[in-house]
Design a protein. Sequence first.
Length: 334
Amino acid sequence: MSIRAGTRGGSVLGLVVLGAVVPGLLGGCAGEDLSKANFERTTVRAEPRTGQGAVPAGPIDDPAVALERLRGVDACALLSGPAVSGYTEQEDPRRVDWGVCRRTLVDVGGKEFSLWLDLGQTSSATDATGEVAGLPLVERTDGDTTCYATAITSRETDLGITVWADYPDGGDSCGTATSVLAGVVERLRTDPPSAEQPEGSLREADPCGVVSDDVRASVFDGESTARPAGLHVCALGEGRATLRVTFRVGFPIQDAPEDGERITLAGGATAVREPGTTETAECDVRWQHRGIDEYEAELVGLSYYDYSEAADTASACAHVTRVAEDVMTTLPSG
């Protein structure tokens, strides 16, 4: 089955609704089940920090929210500190992926809500209607229960930090989301929590820098662009051809899908190659870079699409396999 925009294999970054990760689709992510755990509740009234004022103009050059810095930040620690100190804890924060965390809390009015934080969501500054912590603020709502608040961190790449708040029974979702977002940005500037970086990890690797110039030129027949599409995603392309490079945490790769095959890459690494099944020439290659535990691993995913009439699936698979062989030689090693 073919899933566009790099979502094959369960990529978190490809599951986007209104610029935020879809929580319902990710509820089964690997990790300790904290839904039944009990924690001591403490309530402190939160000071309102909703976005106000004009949209900030000019370039965004705050080093605290630079892409390279955010890759090394522990998102769950951000949802454990001052940004949520005014709410009652229902459960510990739970990591969804690198830079993505969720938890459930109760506001000062006694209403329970779900909170998600994504440090590398795509959103455009042209949609901003105000400011939050000095950054352009984009707010989007979904019905009467959900709000996505995004602080734009780069105008050039359309990236931002998103806080998603959902009140199942109704509540001030935008007020909560923007308040927490302001606290997150403040923490990033004053005391950013660092995530664990094991030797050989892909967590702080740049997905836009792992394909060599020679291979890019051969795959795209000349010059090509490289544009971040998240903390750990890069879109490379030229004309009607596109390659997405994705680093993520997921279930260890086991058997190949029915319409895919196992292949051996440089150094003896085993990968899964899966051609597309639509009229578009597309093919994916993915493999496990580093094991974390029984249920999680660091994964590399490459997705190649060619929308030109002359392209075919066989050539797409040849291109993405060539890229995979090249990328294997540039990744961090433990």
